[in-house]
Design a protein around this ligand. Structure first.
Ligand code: GLN
Length: 432
């Protein structure tokens, strides 16, 4: 049934991709400002002219990410409003008259006992709107004794004055809208400690259950050629061999591209072309490269993986199967009111006919010569479409847990390895 009060929302969003290195805060800030100035000049000459509503920076966007101990990170931790990242965000908000979200290392108090991996939301006027602390931690955070968000996943209201239109009467006065918003920082998208069952999709399920409409993800997500803790956990001989082989691969990939060991900096990719959408390539496609090269092209294996982690937002046939066979009450006996894979006791797909926007700002570059980040920042809309033809429905769900699922719209992505900005105007329909 069509709801009478559907509101059409248009938001112009930018995601910034940076390659910060530890100990180079001022250099990173200068480069980011140069990038933003270039972006603003390009944006101002665009017809029709766009006004930015939201700009998102990566996890630990200015400080670098790979801190190896508590002592290592302490000089870079601050209480929210004393953080250089907060001050930078205030400048950015004022420059574009928009919200800024940025990831930074936080200490709860000046005594620096409790540390968090956080992201702050700053209003267009430069005020603190919300501070979110990462809930699910990655190995690297354990090395410096980071604390988990005691509140776990959170949602909050974010207001966009005049950004709505009545769907039945698009010429009427613009409507002020407040979007139900959440933040997920990188590992928040993964199974808790990599141990929880994959299909629990904890963060996505939280967003389904709370009816979140705007999902903002600052990330420092790794590229598959990166060396990770898993490589060190093999037996000593295979570990050494594997690490040496991977290091050699990283070195030769960079040499082929004439890049230093930290990867590319300052060679900006600025993408304001709304028709430049990302091509849907299925998992396993021979067109998906796995090497760290072609740095202006997105890393499709990670993008497909991110979509898989949002499986509760994707159209799946298995939910209809459960509903038709009357299996729901068995499946949901233990989960109570919470959803599982997007389905709940009452409703085979809680997200059907709804919309949600996802913004991912992932860092790029290389730290410590061994940790490679995957870039590929971009925007997506989960369109809630469930009305696919029968042929479409016959397709195996397992082959559609990626960008080929038509219930996700891809607005575009930056490449895996260049610093830059991507801007898109996203459209969604919300119920009010
Ligand atoms: N799961 C993420 C990855 O493998 C976690 C990284 C992070 O939290 N920064 O890249």
């Amino acid at each position: 049934m069509m709801s009478a009060n559907k509101i059409l929302v248009d938001l112009t969003i930018a995601a910034v991709q940076l390659n910060p290195q530890i100990g180079k805060l001022n250099e990173t800030i200068s480069r980011a400002k140069l990038l933003l100035n270039t972006f603003k000049t390009k944006m101002d000459t665009k017809v029709p002219k766009k006004k930015l509503d939201l700009i998102v920076f990566p996890e630990f966007a200015l400080t670098g990410y790979n801190f190896i101990s508590r002592d290592h990170i302490l000089p870079y931790t601050h209480t929210t409003q004393d953080s250089p990242s907060f001050k930078f965000a205030q400048d950015v908000s004022k420059m574009f008259d928009c919200y800024t979200v940025i990831g930074y290392p936080e200490c709860e108090t000046e005594s620096k006992e409790t540390l968090y991996n956080s992201a702050v939301v700053v209003s267009p006027k430069g005020d603190l709107v919300f501070n979110y602390r990462k809930s699910f931690l990655y190995y690297t955070e354990e090395d410096w004794n980071c604390s988990e968000n005691p509140k776990q996943f959170q949602n909050f209201p974010l207001s966009f004055p005049g950004r709505g239109k009545n769907i039945n009467n698009p010429n009427s006065e613009p409507i002020d809208i407040t979007l139900n918003t959440s933040i997920g920082i990188c590992m928040d998208l993964s199974p808790y400690k990599f141990e929880a069952p994959f299909n629990d999709c904890e963060f996505a399920s939280f967003n389904i259950d709370k009816k979140v409409e705007l999902i903002i993800c600052p990330m420092a997500w790794l590229h598959s050629t990166s060396i990770t803790k898993n490589d060190y956990e093999l037996d000593e001989r295979s570990s050494n061999d594997k690490i040496l082989k991977k290091l050699e691969e990283i070195r030769s990939n960079l040499e082929d591209q004439g890049l230093p060991i930290i990867g590319s900096q300052g060679d900006f990719q600025i993408d304001l072309e709304s028709n430049h959408v990302t091509e849907r390539l299925p998992v396993g496609s021979s067109q998906i490269g796995h090497d760290y090269n072609e740095l202006t092209k997105p890393d499709m294996s990670n993008i497909n993986y991110w979509m898989h982690r949002f499986m509760p937002f994707l159209q799946l046939n298995v939910r209809k199967y459960w509903a038709e066979r009357g299996l729901m009450s068995d499946i949901f006996e233990e989960t109570g009111d919470a959803s599982y894979m997007g389905a709940s006791r009452e409703n085979y797909w809680n997200f059907a006919n709804k919309n949600a926007i996802l913004v991912i700002a992932n860092r790029c570059g290389i730290e410590s010569g061994n940790t490679i980040f995957a870039g590929s920042s971009g925007m997506y809309k989960f369109n809630g479409r469930d009305n696919f033809g029968i042929n479409e429905l016959m397709k195996d769900d397992n082959k559609r847990l990626d960008t080929t699922n038509p219930s996700v719209d891809l607005y575009g992505n930056l490449g895996k390895g260049k610093e830059g900005v991507i801007m898109r105007t996203v459209h969604c329909e919300i119920d009010r």
